[in-house]
Design a protein around this ligand. Structure first.
Ligand code: SF4
Length: 481
């Protein structure tokens, strides 16, 4: 998928002015945030996430070993395991598989890795028809191959009326108004495609080393039709998606659906192992696993290794105040929200995504809800540091930061300069105590007033607060007399 994160600022402005999008994005809080909070009451969240962190870390720390074990087990059950260094190479491999098996049509279930690979485009160029079968992805495909805007709910940016109009136009049928009617119409369109497909492509929520299986977690059941009916099944997945054991999967699965949609468990959890055995009524004759590196191995052993634990639940974006206002398309690549703001620069190059590490308030909510404790705010800060060191931020910002560092390391001068600035700003704020327009801070004051500073700066308050605290401590614990 083409990286367009360079247009982040312009796109964000567009999205903020789009009233329909703003209305649709409110569903994030209604649908996912509340549901997640109540689903987490069912388990001991902290203990389960600690266990999940351990289980994800143990494979990531020895990825080579666990992938090798997976390859051995999967091959023993008739699968072929292939590796691609880049997303583009992974696409070529899938196209090659399609050619080898004389495939004309491919049914697909939702896979963000296949978005990285721009797989649909590669298949079309090779004369193979790809058909998205996840309802959200199907809607996007018939809308001129639009990109998903969320990793779990790809059409969260659209409302029922938009989808209804689209179906009526594309299916050439009367406009329907109810969601069950719309889903039935999509099912009628997709059913013959399922029956006629030569090859099925899925992602893999996880692959399990001890059994050589792929775990698929979905709500619509389309992945069953995609994996069982065609004669060829191809799994495309990132190299980091390996779990050591089925028990590890059971632990992580307890967090995945609760974090993603607020469900205790999703409607369908499939564990698929090997090709169709002799006497079995269904399943593929040929099974391939295509592992994609695409920048992942470059994170191993670095400050960003924690990011590889990600289980793609989407909780960080659902809770992010920035994502909640601009949606996923503004981020300009496959992964939006806080996880995308780390992954896009890490996988595609920091120069391609200069604004993404800044697209965060650093409120910390993404870290609080992340089921595998990825320190997203720290990682965003580290990316900002790298940008600063490599002179990738605008000169005015670098000058401002250098000036601040100069002052902050000279306390007397700091107090003098900020004392003067404090007085000037208080005069400016006047009796109202607010500044309506402030040159360098216009990005803020165009939309809201800037509060005037307090007469007692934070540094002074902090000293007072510490003295009070020390006094309170000595009063409650007077020590030996
Ligand atoms: S970073 Fe954490 S919260 Fe965000 S998608 Fe990944 S696992 Fe979920």
């Amino acid at each position: 998928m083409l990286v367009q994160s360079i247009h982040f600022q312009a796109r964000s402005k567009e999205k903020l002015a789009d009233e329909r999008l703003q209305r649709n994005l409110r569903r994030l809080a209604e649908k996912f945030v509340t549901a997640r909070a109540s689903a987490m009451q069912e388990i001991d969240f902290e203990a389960t996430r600690e266990a999940a962190v351990d289980r994800r870390n143990r494979t990531i720390e020895r990825l080579d070993l666990w992938i090798e074990l997976f390859e051995e087990k999967a091959t023993a059950r008739g699968a072929t395991v292939l590796f691609a260094e880049s997303a583009a190479q992974a696409s070529e491999i899938v196209v090659e598989i399609a050619r080898k098996h004389e495939v004309k049509t491919v049914t697909k279930s939702k896979s963000m890795v296949s978005e990285e690979m721009a797989l649909n485009q590669a298949l079309r160029e090779a004369g193979v028809e790809p058909i998205e079968t996840d309802l959200g992805e199907y809607i996007l495909q018939i809308n001129n191959n639009e990109a998903p805007s969320h990793i779990i709910a790809p059409v969260i940016h659209k409302d029922k009326e938009e989808i209804s109009e689209l179906f009526s136009k594309v299916h050439d049928k009367p406009k329907l108004t109810e969601i069950p009617q719309l889903t039935r119409e999509a099912r009628e369109q997709l059913r013959p495609k399922f029956l006629g497909a030569d090859m099925g492509v899925t992602g893999g929520n996880f692959v399990i080393a001890e059994t050589g299986s792929v775990a698929l977690v979905t709500n619509e059941g389309n992945e069953g039709m995609v994996t069982i009916m065609p004669r060829v099944h191809v799994v495309v997945t990132g190299i980091e998606k390996v779990l050591a054991t089925l028990e590890d999967f059971a632990t992580v699965a307890r967090l995945l659906t609760r974090s993603a949609t607020g469900q205790s468990i999703s409607n369908y959890v499939s564990l698929l192992t090997g090709t169709r055995a002799h006497g079995e009524p269904d399943g593929p004759d040929h099974l391939y696993f295509v592992f994609v590196d695409g920048g992942r191995s470059s994170l191993l052993g670095t400050d960003f290794q924690d990011m590889l634990r990600c289980i793609r639940c989407g909780a960080c974006m659902n809770h992010c105040p920035v994502y909640q206002k601009i949606g996923g398309h503004a981020y300009g690549w496959v992964y939006p929200g806080p996880m995308g703001s780390v992954l896009t620069p890490s996988y595609t190059g920091i120069e391609q995504a200069l604004d993404l590490p800044q697209a965060a308030t650093l409120c910390g909510e993404c870290h609080v809800v992340c089921p595998v404790k990825i320190p997203l705010p720290d990682l965003l800060r580290k990316l900002r540091e790298r940008q600063f060191e490599r002179h990738l931020r605008p000169w005015i910002e670098r000058l401002g930061l250098s000036a601040w560092v100069f002052l902050a390391t000279r306390p007397k001068l700091y107090r003098l300069v900020f004392g003067v600035a404090n007085r000037v700003l208080r005069l400016w704020a006047g009796k109202r105590g607010r500044i309506g327009s402030f040159g360098p801070g216009n990005g803020w004051t165009d939309f809201r007033d800037f509060p005037g500073p307090s007469s007692k700066p934070f540094s002074e308050r902090y000293v007072t607060w510490q003295a009070q605290r020390a006094f309170a401590k000595s009063a409650t614990n007077p020590g030996p007399r």
